[in-house]
Design a protein around this ligand. Structure first.
Ligand code: IMP
Ligand code: MG
Length: 186
């Protein structure tokens, strides 16, 4: 990880404050024993802070993980969502909150939502850290959202480029001059 390659978008304190408010809103609106479905890998840091914010605000959670992949290793989504690893528990009859890092075309979150609905979850809500509304293809909005951003490539706080930068404690933008070829060389 090299902080100098990345321009700051949101610092750790700004992210933390926003997640506390999300936790309060979720605890206020959703029932206890919320089944949190975390989409790996990009949202694992966000989800770790979010479930503690929800619990702090008085609502208990259970957590499970699903790995979905649409990106490959570069900047552009492939357009097809693949289920790489499934949940270990059934969602039937449960109140599900799907957590993901970024809402872009909407394909990933729509795929996750439709999968939970097919499996007869009682209700399915979504919580996203970031939204790039200009890139939307599927008509879907987050029920809970951290920040709306411009169409820019974000890394840090769990979010990667080619599996790099996940450990940065802040959200940043990779300058557009850094193309995939130069990234591989760094
Ligand atoms: P969508 O299916 O097009 O909405 O894309 C959402 C998925 O693409 C997210 O779960 C992210 O993993 C990934 N993604 C979208 N934008 C970015 C980005 O700026 N940086 C890293 N990953 C991204
Ligand atoms: Mg993802």
């Amino acid at each position: 990880m090299n902080k100098d390659e990345v321009d700051l978008l949101f610092d750790a304190q700004t992210i933390s404050k926003r997640i506390s408010s999300l936790g309060c809103a979720i605890a206020k609106n959703e029932p206890s024993d919320l089944f949190v479905v975390v989409i790996l890998k990009g949202s694992f840091v966000f989800a770790a802070d979010l479930i503690r914010a929800i619990e702090d605000a008085g609502t208990s959670t259970k957590v499970d993980f699903i790995t979905l992949s649409s990106y490959g290793s570069g900047y552009e989504s492939s357009g097809t969502v693949k289920l790489v690893h499934d949940l270990s528990e059934s969602v039937k009859g449960r109140t599900v909150l799907i957590v993901d890092d970024i809402l872009e075309s909407g394909r990933t979150i729509a795929f996750a939502r439709d999968t939970m609905r097919k499996r007869q979850a009682k209700t399915v809500k979504t919580c996203l850290l970031l939204d790039k509304p200009k890139k939307r293809i599927v008509d879907i909005e987050a029920d809970y959202l951290g920040f709306k951003i411009e169409d820019q490539f974000v890394v840090g706080y769990g979010i990667d480029l080619a599996n790099r930068y996940r450990g940065l404690p802040f959200l940043g933008v990779v300058p557009s001059g850094l193309d995939q070829t130069s990234i591989e060389k760094i």
